[in-house]
Write a protein that binds this ligand. Structure first.
Ligand SMILES: [Zn+2]
Length: 340
């Protein structure tokens, strides 16, 4: 799609080439019943000073994941432009309608932003937001940081996420940025090869890409937020936009994991899932992982679920109630650094 159409349909109130600090928005047209010529304003901030890379920092891709938006908002308010070498472009609540609704998906068109990239400037609101990020912001960017948490349905070990690179060089850069974040673990996640995520689109655009998963359960985790605050500064120091003294030394080399095709344990039955292990527990393929209970049928025997991969329990479904196809558990498998 022609990038000029995206710029025309979703104009920004900030000047991306101006030094200093600006806080504004880009406007997504929404001609609704009660607002014929209205827009959805989506916050954008720019902090720029001198020469250096451009880093795009995204939070709120899903509207029920809060550590990223909180940490980015603090940075927008507190960071002195004089400490920056290059440019920071913040989109702290990129899926603004979903954030306002505290939902993973948009209440306007029902779509998950992170399955709509590269977007469509002629599409519905969520597709237009993705197009703005892909067509207007990505061409300016060298590094993309996409801050996720587990959201309402998952609790995940706070971790840096390594986006698989399109080239060995990009893969190495993504891995170095994820290790610099300083989380206890870093996990290679390709979302089952789905190319429609923000990070996959950023990788295609040639940027260095890092993501996070920060706890979840639709709440704010004290530990994950502290890690998120530190990690963002660590990555910005790693790529040279912030001075090294703004980074927090990483005490232990993060352990590396991968989500294989057997990572996700899905429910086959309609019932209540009982997990048997806490997050971080080492488990083996074939080991009993949990049971699905049929609580309204006390005479019916629960169904056992078994792990399909060796590794650690990385994520766990939050609601106890499950239906066929729901993801109950996620196992992360130790990853060989030499693999690319
Ligand atoms: Zn997310």
């Amino acid at each position: 799609m022609d990038r000029n159409i995206t710029k025309q349909l979703t104009p920004a109130t900030v000047d991306f080439d101006r030094p200093g600090k600006q806080i504004g928005a880009f406007h997504v047209p929404l001609s609704s019943h009660d607002d014929a010529w209205g827009v959805v304003p989506v916050p954008v901030a720019v902090i720029a000073n001198g020469k250096g890379p451009t880093v795009i920092l995204e939070g709120g891709n899903h509207g029920d994941e809060y550590e990223g938006p909180i940490a980015l908002g603090e940075m927008i308010r507190e960071l002195d432009p004089a400490t920056v070498s290059g440019r920071l472009i913040f989109i702290p609540t990129i899926n603004q309608p979903a954030v306002l609704a505290a939902r993973r998906t948009s209440p306007i068109d029902g779509i998950n932003l992170n399955r709509t990239f590269p977007g469509d400037p002629m599409g519905t609101t969520t597709r237009q937001i993705a197009a703005f990020v892909n067509d207007v912001l990505f061409p300016m960017g060298d590094v993309f940081i996409d801050l996720h948490s587990g959201g309402s349905s998952l609790d995940i070990i706070p971790s840096a996420v390594i986006e698989p690179g399109k080239t060995p060089e990009q893969h190495a850069a993504n891995m170095a940025a994820a290790l610099a974040f300083g989380a206890p673990i870093a996990v290679v996640i390709d979302n089952r090869g789905d190319p429609r995520t923000a990070t996959a689109s950023a990788a295609l655009a040639g940027m260095t890409v890092i993501g996070t998963e920060m706890a979840g359960a639709g709440t704010v985790s004290i530990d994950a937020l502290a890690l998120c605050r530190r990690g963002i500064r660590n990555v910005l120091a790693h790529v040279g936009v912030l001075p090294p003294e703004m980074a927090t030394p990483v005490e232990a080399e993060p352990r590396l994991y991968d989500l294989t095709s057997k990572a996700h344990l899905l429910a086959d039955d309609d019932g209540v899932f009982e997990p048997l292990h806490r997050l971080g527990t080492e488990v083996s393929a074939g080991e009993l992982a949990g049971r699905i209970h049929f609580i309204t049928q006390p005479g019916r025997t629960p169904v056992d679920l078994h792990y399909r991969a060796d590794g650690i329990v990385y994520g766990r479904r939050q609601p106890g109630r499950v239906r066929p196809g729901n993801c109950c558990l996620v196992v992360a498998t130790p990853y060989e650094r030499t693999t690319s």
